[in-house]
Design a protein around this ligand. Sequence first.
Ligand code: ZN
Length: 310
Amino acid sequence: MTTLIYTHEACLNHKPGPSHPESPERLKAVLRALHTPEFDAAEWRDAPMGTREQVLMIHTEAFVEDVEDASPNQGYMPLDGGDTVMSPGSLEAVMRCVGAACAGVDAVMGKEVRNVFCATRPCGHHAEPNKAMGFCIYNQAAIAAAYAYDVHKLERVAVVDFDVHHGNGTQAAFYDRPELFYASSHQSHFYPGTGLEAETGISHNIVNVPLPRGCDSAMFREQIAAKMLPAIRAFNPEILIISAGFDAHHLDPLAGLNLQDDDFEWVTRELMKIADDCCDGRVVSILEGGYSLEGLASSTAVHVKALMDH
Ligand SMILES: [Zn+2]
């Protein structure tokens, strides 16, 4: 069985503005890195459109109506100050993100493929059930988790997030749901301000691993091995969804951690070991942040290569 990569050209048509760091160039850099011979064994599919029903598994109806009403025919429409902005292509882009994430769950549950990478944008983990935030409109990782629970009737679903920012949206959606587990490593204190160790969820189903500015490879691996990996294993998930952000890379212009490409390979392999032991290898990885085009391309490549090299 192989690795399946979902993407869609509509994800290039979310254009939050000429000076916005979450630019279409990010996805172009990822796709250039993955369209090389070492990824020939991966299977590619166009991301399907997500459905409103899928979005409503996490987001409130009032919020979804607000997003649909805000979708502009031309120009820009801000949802969260200047951070989160819709352009005419944004609504389809986010519905492709949702569709890819849920189809990814279907593909691993149906044993069509070993694992999935969603090369989609915008990112999603800051989007809370009732608000867009931090470049994120809908939270596709949280939606994929709820979809695995609601549709595939799994009893324990984990989202693991190594983006440099805390996924406040995923935490908010999961906080009171013991069947959904969220583990995040992130720079702290830093945007968005959440993600303290004391934020544990209703049944210790939230595990936050805050990392100080300047955190290097050795500290990252030590903290992940000590605090995150055992907690995921103890939760014993039936599927692992990865919020794969690459902005903890040392080249990233927005953040202050010091990770190298091979740290992303290491954490991917560690998560796959847990997936092999707990969930029959089922992993759906979803692109989140990463704002150095060079660092994003190289670290995404080692991440996807690790998924394939299983
Ligand atoms: Zn981020």
